[in-house]
Ligand binder design. Structure first.
Ligand SMILES: [Zn+2]
Ligand SMILES: [Zn+2]
Length: 210
């Protein structure tokens, strides 16, 4: 009799514990579903931008926990974004957070590059492009010269230089002609010889005076 009572009590406690666990688990699920009430279902088509463009949510569809879909095309008044749609993007923006009825649906990754613009010389070696969006000089590239014209300044001491016009930015670019470096080297050797000869001649003259 006593054993039966104990078994009944143990079973009752076990049943209570199990039912409490089930209730807790159900509450946990409800809480996590609330957190992700809306999620991204179809991503916007446009993913690559320049910094003169604004975010374009065309083709965006989100869905709620029950699976009901809401398209930007029909429900646009309920959508908001971490960057306003009339605000040009910057190269520092790598994702847009999408909200439906004020609730986050998730982040959508995008790529923003500099917009092309006027090409300007940067220095004797390169030219860049002034970005129409942010005004910074970007796309720094080497000058491209097709025809080099020698300036005929070559002498034993002076290296000859060549000048040319960059076909991209129109800047005048100059460079040394590699070959003339040997003239200078030869002359340097010649100069040492001259110095030695004059030294010898001085010594000879000194002896001659004695
Ligand atoms: Zn830019
Ligand atoms: Zn150039």
């Amino acid at each position: 009799m006593k054993t039966r009572k104990i078994i009944a009590l143990v079973m009752a406690i076990a049943l209570l514990a199990v039912s409490m666990t089930i209730v807790a688990a159900a509450e946990g699920e409800t809480a996590s579903e609330d957190e992700t009430a809306y999620s991204l279902y179809v991503h916007p088509t446009k993913k690559i931008y320049t910094d003169i463009e604004c975010f374009d949510p065309t083709d965006l569809v989100v869905k709620d926990a029950a699976g009901t879909q809401y398209a930007y095309e029909t429900d646009y008044q309920y959508f908001t974004f971490s960057v306003e749609l009339d605000q040009p993007l910057t190269v520092y923006t790598s994702e847009i957070e999408i909200f439906y009825k004020g609730e986050s649906c998730g982040n959508f990754p995008i790529t923003v590059g500099h917009a092309g613009g006027e090409i300007v010389p940067v220095n004797n070696h390169s030219h860049g492009q002034i970005c129409e969006g942010c005004g910074s000089i970007c796309k720094n590239e080497n000058h491209s010269v097709e025809y080099w014209v020698p300036d005929d300044n070559a002498a034993l001491i002076t290296s000859e230089t060549e000048t040319g016009t960059c076909t991209v930015c129109g800047d005048t670019v100059s460079r040394y002609i590699e070959g003339t470096a040997t003239y200078t080297t030869i002359f340097a050797d010649f100069e040492i010889l001259v110095s030695l000869l004059s030294l010898v001649s001085m010594i000879v003259q000194a002896f001659a005076l004695i």
